[in-house]
Design a protein around this ligand. Structure first.
Ligand code: GLC
Length: 649
């Protein structure tokens, strides 16, 4: 939309900044004016009435322009390459791994030496858990950042991070880092100054002299960590004030009603962009806007801020995609891709947290009906956006899907969740899992689940019982879970250690900085002697590693599993079997998964229902052909087996 006044402002500010954009930067200018109206509109929606709003809009334009001028030439080239490819991140060729640098291999320098390991596995995208400075013992795994621009010495230096990025880039790998947008550590310079009474910085947070406002907020704000951090405010002795701390007492919530905070954080986002980040993981975006009388989650203004960030990033760093880490109800997750005029113009990615939890549901019950009942919502994801798909991550598993999905399958929602909690904490008599309940809410009995992929699939118990059969069965479950998330569309994100079957690690109990948070049980310290057993045939590590490796390699060969809104669920002819059809151009792939411990029979009609079928199917997983039978005959699936079937002549 042409807006002469606004476009003049932009041209004049660029001139004032005395930036020589040269001849090659027409695209930058084009992007700027193309997005300017949206940027101004979104900004005004939030900050129009703020006393400093107008003046800071100029600062916003300058922040974007400076970010672009400071963007290294190599990254500008990479931006161009990505833009040429179109939606580069929808590709089937990207597979990720999420890891703690220190627990994985010691530090950033050592990580550079591990690039061959990723190559061997097939991983070409790394999510490094937060590496910026964060106080030891009060770090929430790095999500309490005391300096957004300084790498914590535990991991190494900024120079080493840059070197790693360069090496990854030359090997065509992608990098993801976190921006913790919602809060800072209480040791961050802004928080320290606020605690000392500096008004400017007190306005960066939500600070109150007495309990009046905190009590009002607490009435409607749920507790995120009810056991370890109840309430949403913390008393700061130094200045005799209460500060909002939605997560832990040492994580102070930033106040985005202040445009200065927005601009500072946008500038930090550009700092990350100019380090060469390909995907920026925006931590906890659901929480960034607070309003009295609400849960202070998923508010419309949080979306406005994310949209504003997206339009600004598109101008100065168009090659960086945004992932919104919104682990919320299915309907709410979808909104992070943008709605209305902003469809596919907010976050490029979200975590498919709903599906992740549903896979765990199906594995415990052997029944896929709840999973199916949720798909109509999951499938609403707009074209041009994608999922991060996963079975495990560093966080707990929340059973956050809707009650009606459970009821649709004929279960009582309360009893069903109770069963899942008992199953995965290992107390249910039928359970083979070993995990633990996380953040039990004494009022609602709501709880999330901690535990590693392998332990929750039964491997820990099978090993301690010395039960060969159970070991094999748990490996099948691990690969079933991974395969299901690998082929459903989106970038699979493996959690480090899961590629060789790490079971729970209980050493966190001896560390006072971690013992209050049982999520550490599934955040292993890598023992490279164990990982080396991935090369020895017959070992558990080899079975899990080579299976995972094969899944990644298969995925990379099949464009049909790219995320082009090209997935159809098969009708539920057998409640134990989840099946979806992926199609692209002339190609088809039937992906079938048996979530039960018994053989499952699927009528051949289930295939034919989706159009004409060839006489044979080739299973890429087992490397085997099947002749398509009559409707009264069955395709038989092994217990916990899965099949990647391509129609062939
Ligand atoms: C995100 C992180 C989680 C952290 C929280 C607070 O949800 O994934 O680990 O505790 O944000 O920063």
């Amino acid at each position: 939309m042409y807006d002469s006044q606004l476009h003049n402002t932009i041209s004049n500010r660029l001139r004032n900044l005395d930036i020589d954009f040269g001849d090659t930067d027409n695209m930058f200018y084009t992007r700027f004016v193309a997005n300017a109206t949206a940027i101004q509109f979104l900004y005004n929606e939030i900050y129009q009435h703020h006393p400093a709003g107008e003046q800071l809009f100029d600062a916003l334009i300058d922040t974007i322009a400076k970010a672009y001028t400071q963007r290294p030439a190599t990254l500008k080239e990479r931006d161009e390459e990505k833009e040429k490819k179109g939606n580069w991140y929808l590709s089937n060729e990207i597979t990720g791994m999420s890891l703690y640098v220190d627990r994985f291999c010691g530090g950033l320098k050592q990580l550079t030496g591990k690039l061959d390991y990723f190559k061997k596995l097939g991983v070409n995208f790394l999510h490094l858990m937060p590496v910026m400075e964060s106080p030891e013992g009060e770090s929430d795994g790095g999500y309490a950042v005391s300096d957004f621009r300084k790498v914590d010495k535990r991991f190494g230096t900024l120079e080493e991070l840059k070197k790693l990025q360069q090496q990854m880039s030359t090997q065509n790998m992608y990098l993801m880092l976190d921006i913790v947008l919602n809060h800072t550590s209480h040791k961050h310079e802004w928080a320290v100054k606020a605690a000392k009474g500096e008004k400017k910085y007190q306005d960066y947070f939500y600070m109150y002299n007495d309990r009046d406002m905190p009590d009002q907020y607490d009435r409607t704000m749920p507790d995120i960590f009810p056991e370890s951090a109840p309430g949403n405010f913390t008393y700061v002795n130094e200045c005799n004030q209460w500060v909002m701390t939605v997560f832990h007492h040492y994580q102070w919530d930033l106040n985005y009603t202040n445009p200065q905070v927005f601009i500072e954080m946008l500038d930090t986002i550009f700092f990350f962009a100019n380090l060469g980040v390909d995907v920026l993981r925006i931590d906890a975006p659901a929480f960034i806007w607070k309003q009295l009388g609400t849960t202070c989650q998923n508010l419309p203004q949080a979306h406005t801020i994310l949209r504003l960030i997206k339009q600004c990033v598109q101008v100065a760093a168009p090659g960086m995609a945004l992932l919104g880490e919104a682990i919320v109800a299915p309907k709410e997750i979808m909104k992070y891709f943008g709605t209305g005029l902003y469809v596919a113009k907010e976050c490029d990615f979200a975590y498919n947290a709903t599906h992740m939890a549903l896979q765990w549901d199906a594995l415990a019950t052997g029944d896929t009906r709840v999973m199916l009942a949720a798909q109509h919502e999951i499938l609403q994801k707009p074209f041009g956006t994608s999922w991060i798909t996963y079975t495990r991550c560093h966080d707990d598993i929340g059973l956050g899907y809707d009650d009606y999905m459970i009821e649709y399958a004929g279960y009582n929602a309360y009893e069903h969740r109770k069963f899942l909690q008992e199953y995965y904490s290992g107390v249910h008599p039928m359970s083979t899992a070993i995990g633990a309940l996380f953040s039990v809410n004494p009022k609602t009995q709501d709880a999330r689940i901690s535990g590693s992929l392998a332990s929750m699939c039964g491997l820990e118990r099978a090993i301690s019982n010395n039960d060969e059969g159970a070991v094999e069965s748990s490996i099948k479950k691990i690969l079933l879970m991974q395969a299901h998330s690998f082929f459903i569309g989106g970038i699979p994100m493996i959690f480090y250690g899961d590629e060789v079957g790490y079971t729970n690690d209980y050493s966190y109990l001896n560390d006072a900085g971690k013992s209050y948070d049982n999520r550490w049980m599934h955040r292993p310290v890598i023992d490279w002697a164990k990982n080396a057993r991935a090369d020895e045939e017959g070992t558990i590590e080899h079975k899990v590693f080579s299976g995972t490796q094969k899944l990644i390699a298969l995925r990379r060969q099949m464009e049909v599993v790219s995320d082009y809104k090209n997935l159809t669920w098969l009708q539920p002819h057998n409640i134990h079997v989840a099946g979806y059809l992926r199609t692209y151009n002339e190609k088809k792939l039937y992906c079938l998964y048996n979530f039960s411990g018994k053989e499952a029979f699927l009528t051949w009609f289930a295939f034919k229902q989706h159009g004409k079928i060839t006489a044979r199917l080739y299973d890429h997983w087992k490397e085997q052909y099947y002749t398509v039978g009559f409707d009264h005959e069955y395709f038989i699936l092994e217990p916990y087996g899965f099949y990647l079937l391509e129609p062939v002549e």
